[in-house]
Unconditional design. Sequence first.
Length: 358
Amino acid sequence: MAIYRKGADTVALRASADRLTGMGRELDGIGVECNRAVGSLRGSWGGGDLDHLVQRWPATSQELTACRGTLDSMAAALRRNAGAQDAASGDGAGGSPFSGNPPGDHGIGNGGDRNSSNPEDGPGPYEDIQDIPMDDASLGMDDIEQGQIGDCWVLAALGPVAQDDPDFIREHVRYDAKAGTYTVTLYDDGEPVDVVVDASVVENGARDPNGNPNYASIYEKAMASFHGGSYDDIDGGHSDDAFETITGRDADSGGESSFDDIQDRLDNGDLMAVGTEDDDAFWWWEDEVDDSTIVPNHAYMVDRIEERDGQRMIHLINPWGPDGGTLDGEQKVGDVWLTEDEYKENFDSTYSVPGKEG
């Protein structure tokens, strides 16, 4: 399931810190005005209620001061994190701020040995396979059902590539019946790299919605070999990195984006994936995902934007497959139509790469 966020946006961190500092100043101003108001009441009001209010005011004023201190501490923490991220980025690091590869560990895709047969630590035993279906009808976004590996970031990039250009997939995946292997061409900084894997797939990996091995099964195995030789090596990542590894083309990543921006990119022939927000927002004013339908911290494939019932809506496809699967007892959906407001409430990142016509 996991989608790992790239190193923190230090500009955004410092902007948030400035907002918190501004809130603290506003809180100071409110305290001063309240203090004046309480003082002015003595000339126009009397009795026990006034005495009670005056007695309570010092404690309330201290609470306001404490809130100001909390806001200042939060702002300082954001600025420290921004500084640390700048320092890490300056050293060439690029790990996730949440989990996954530590800063500076860019994975095996940037050089080194590659496992050329079976990745280790597979989720379940291996099953020998032969030639998988590679006709157009078997190479689409809705032909993917993610298994027990947290590689939604890979599958959400792979599906749009396959649907956009089935010939590309057929050219990049070759089966050798005599050797019992598949050769998958991936890309390292734009340079093609042939990854050879045995003609077998793990029991609980990606398959088609009917549970049969398919192109996603082979790509998943090749990506695990490419990134280090273990399925753990693809447990969490960034869909723009997957786009680049699969296609060899330069990919982009950004924030949630408007419908207009997404539509422009689709019109230009770009392929897109989007990422949901985390389940638990760090700040109280941040949105959280709609747990009834949307999977948090997860990548979805972008199909299209169109007018439905008088509203522009975006159609997103879940790599968990047509039935959507379940999470913590909640039934999710395999695809979802969202208005722009609903989309922005649930998604906070976009990933794109030029397609066949891009």
